[in-house]
Design a protein. Structure first.
Length: 93
């Protein structure tokens, strides 16, 4: 089975699924930065936020990115259709 790229792959950075995965992985994988930001928050605000919310939010965003992959995103869909039409036009020449 030959692997093929999807239509519109050049716009991968505009997809919500990519953005959500990146943000979720950042929350999970960058604890030093998060700890620095956490320490900058006033104590009265910190006391209202559960301590494990960062990991939970990161996991949620990664899971949400899976659902974002199946939702049509107007701009990304339009870019993919334009690319497909351009390739079809090039093939006819």
């Amino acid at each position: 089975m030959k692997m093929k790229l999807i239509h519109g792959w050049k716009t991968w950075h505009k997809w919500w699924s990519t953005r959500l995965k990146a943000l979720g992985l950042l929350l999970i994988m960058a604890p030093e930065s998060i700890i620095t930001a956490w320490n900058a928050i006033p104590h009265d605000i910190k006391s209202t936020i559960p301590t494990d919310w960062i990991t939970t939010a990161g996991v949620f965003l990664v899971v949400a990115s899976s659902f974002a992959q199946i939702v049509r995103q107007r701009d990304a869909h339009h870019a993919a259709e334009s690319e497909r039409a351009a390739r079809a036009g090039d093939a006819q020449k």
